[in-house]
Design a binder for this molecule. Sequence first.
Ligand code: ADP
Length: 536
Amino acid sequence: QFPFGRRLPCDIYWHGVSFHDNDIFSGQVNKFPGMTEMVRKITLSRAVRTMQDLFPLEYNFYPRSWILPEEFPLFVDEVRMMKDSDPSWKPTFIVKPDGGCQGDGIYLIKDPSDIRLTGSIQSRPAVVQEYICKPLLVDKLKFDIRLYVLLKSLEPLEIYIAKDGLSRFCTEPYQEPTLKNLHQVFMHLTNYSLNIHSGNFIHSDNVNTGSKRTFSSILCRLSSRGADVKKLWSDIISLVIKTIIALTPELKVYYQSDIPAGKPGPTCFQILGFDILLMKNLKPMLLEVNANPSMRIEHEQELSPGVFENVPSPVDEEVKVAVIRDTLRLVDPQKKKRKDVQPHVESCKNKVNVRCNCVLWYRCQTLEEASEAKEDAREAGAGDGGERGGSRSPEAGLPSLCLKQVFPKYAKQFSYLRLVDRVAALFIRFLGVKGTTKLGPTGFRTFIRNCKLSNSNFSMASVDILYIDITRRWNSMGIDHKESGMCLQAFVEAFFCLAQKKYKSLPLHEQVSSLIDFCEYHLAALDEKRLVCGRG
Ligand code: ADP
């Protein structure tokens, strides 16, 4: 800590809250600009909804959600329509205040009209979501999973997932929601911060029992019951990749605004906490993403009334220490310089070093992946001290990496989903003034003109009307009133509108993809022409 400031630049800056904690011009920062805003409940729901519009089947891992207060009438209508078409449907909904955390302000309802009774929607924006009534239970208790994900780079996209996570348990046996039990938070909400206050909370002195356990201990149990744990992991990996794909377009807009290309600036990485609920049929559902997941490895214990002491928590330590250690290993600025010093490994010694949770992970893998596990171990220089030609690797003796790369490793399977990323690239190109995140009317007109999108059926006057209509609506519900102009989500809506107009009969994702190709083609031709003119 440098309370009086520090003149020399650092390799790595570890900020407590956000990218903006300090002014940084070099090195690496552990936060991306805009991440805190992106993972708020409303913004995340919007970003996932855009992807659900394009790819409904691929994005069915996020509960149906409505944004309050503006979508309240839509919520009422849609629920009425669904009830009419299926009278046996008896849903429950969960209302979560935007920007809330630790279960703060969350409540369950059976009917949309209950929201008004509870009040406060005008004062506090929130997300109302379909409640998952049939979660997987262990020891009759509901639990959720906290998984740690490292977003190592945005461009190119690099994602790592920790091989183990935490399972956080409720403290009252679960019953499907009824009007009588809706208010029982210890039965329905898995937040540690709430359940710690229940008399039934059990601090674990090992990783397999108590109210907080390792996820690997749950997987072991499921596997012994014959569950397909390998499929579960693969579903979780795909949920994580798809969620990050939903977040990247807007993150790129924030990134170029805070770290303009061509100017000195840091690079970023970030550890994210993914909260996932398993349904009874083992389908993982995304609850939320945390930009500042707690890295505490201790918990408070009341020694005598009112006297508290911090005591180590073995479960947190097991999972979190490995995540931080391996994040630092992966972003290590010295690593590149040591490229030629290749640590080598005796695989048998490595096997001894691998901990129980990793053994489970490896057992879950296909042959192809098992060979990679060895690669991971080799990379980590586990086991033999990593000596070669007399030079000792600094990673010698460390356990194998707990963070597993999933992107670009599985990029091929997911690249077709990255349509909004390409729309964002168009948006950023026309933003013009560096440092802005909103497109002015001139920028929008230039986009239409350069991409040759206006014609006799779609005049420049209609372009202006489209711009004004959509921008006004987004700005009236937006949280950010600092800048005027069209935000990325508004541009995406306008782009979808144009795509639907131009390619009428196709499914939405094909309309959008065709329009992107069309725009990219015309912009490439324009660039080529400018290059030739420049040369001339
Ligand atoms: P917070 O940020 O306040 O913790 P979450 O979205 O994580 O808000 O919700 C708190 C808890 O509520 C979750 O840990 C989970 O146990 C429960 N929960 C949230 N959404 C749902 C849902 N759609 N279905 C079932 N349970 C949910």
